[in-house]
Ligand binder design. Structure first.
Ligand SMILES: Cc1cc2nc3c(=O)[nH]c(=O)nc-3n(C[C@H](O)[C@H](O)[C@H](O)COP(=O)(O)OP(=O)(O)OC[C@H]3O[C@@H](n4cnc5c(N)ncnc54)[C@H](O)[C@@H]3O)c2cc1C
Length: 261
């Protein structure tokens, strides 16, 4: 089974600032990690491989340093890694990111049987890239899954909902986004860690992917950020005074008036 896991390198802190001129994130100098939800997708891939065999390819699109995230994935047991990186991909929105990642998936030697994503990235937070890639790649997607069973022709999955879960059966190939409750990523072994350090990681740019210029990067992104701002915090504060018992009565009255009680 060919398992592809899309992972994103994200800033490891809340120290990220926003460039007020361009409305883009200033990521320089901020330590990075694998997006925590992508660790769950990766662990799901490792467990699927242990049970059903096959190989795991991890793919990321990002600046050259995103290679570190790929090496971390190799260190826990992924077989191959691909870095999608080119200055011309910079400034991509989720549509352009999904288009570009899909070109890389289509360039892999073997087509994917299953494509796994984290449920969302902790920096961009849109949860759009999984469904975007599934659309461009031409496979169905089920989001927010925590368990998966594989048969020759289909996948049976448990999808988490607000009130419980849904059980779905879906034809192969398919894509899924994975929730945190699914599992916990294993620790790397020393042997794999050393091998990961030396692994050859191909970098694919615009020309390797045959990307259409009007569909990539900032200029190929149909959405534009007009303004970035912190929402104003509205506080309708009211201070009660008087005797405690009297204040409690007034408070109860006000809460009932607002249908809080
Ligand atoms: C309107 C708009 C404008 C933007 N402009 C810029 C900009 O100018 N500069 C900039 O740097 N960013 C920009 N971004 C952010 C950029 O589009 C996102 O970082 C990127 O598309 C991923 O989206 P996300 O972070 O919401 O990921 P989500 O959709 O929340 O991620 C879901 C899952 O998809 C996979 N995934 C996501 N991103 C990648 C990736 N890069 N490689 C591999 N797998 C991935 C992971 O499995 C992840 O868990 C913009 C976003 C929007 C919405």
């Amino acid at each position: 089974m060919n398992i592809v896991v899309c992972i994103k390198q994200v800033p490891d802190s809340d120290k990220v600032t926003i460039d007020r001129e361009t409305n883009r994130l200033n990521r320089a100098g901020v330590p990075s990690i694998i997006n925590p939800f992508d660790e769950n997708a990766l662990e799901m891939a490792l467990q699927l491989k242990e049970k059903h065999g096959g190989q795991i390819t991890v793919v990321t699109m990002g600046p050259p340093q995103a290679e570190e995230a790929l090496r971390s994935a190799l260190a826990v047991g992924a077989d191959k890694a691909i870095l999608i990186s080119d200055r011309k991909f910079g400034g991509a929105d989720t549509w352009a990111t999904s288009y570009t990642i899909t070109l890389a998936l289509k360039k892999l030697e073997e087509p994917a049987d299953i494509i796994l994503f984290g449920k969302q990235a902790i920096d961009g937070d849109t949860a759009q890239v999984g469904p975007g890639v599934a659309h461009f790649y031409g496979v169905p997607i089920i989001t927010l899954i925590r368990e998966i069973e594989v048969s020759d022709t289909s996948f049976k999955v448990k999808q988490v909902t607000d009130t419980g879960f849904n059980l779905w059966e879906i034809d192969r190939p398919a894509a899924f986004t994975v929730v945190k409750e699914a599992n916990e990523l294993r620790m790397p072994s020393l042997k794999k860690k050393l091998a990961a350090k030396k692994a050859e990681i191909p970098t694919w740019g615009v020309e390797d992917l045959g990307a259409e210029m009007e569909k990539i990067g900032l200029s190929g992104s149909p959405t534009k950020v007009n303004k970035v701002f912190a929402p104003p915090i509205k506080m309708n504060k009211e201070v009660l005074d008087g005797e405690p018992a009297e204040m409690v009565n007034v408070l109860l009255h006000k809460l009932r008036e607002r249908k809080v009680l």
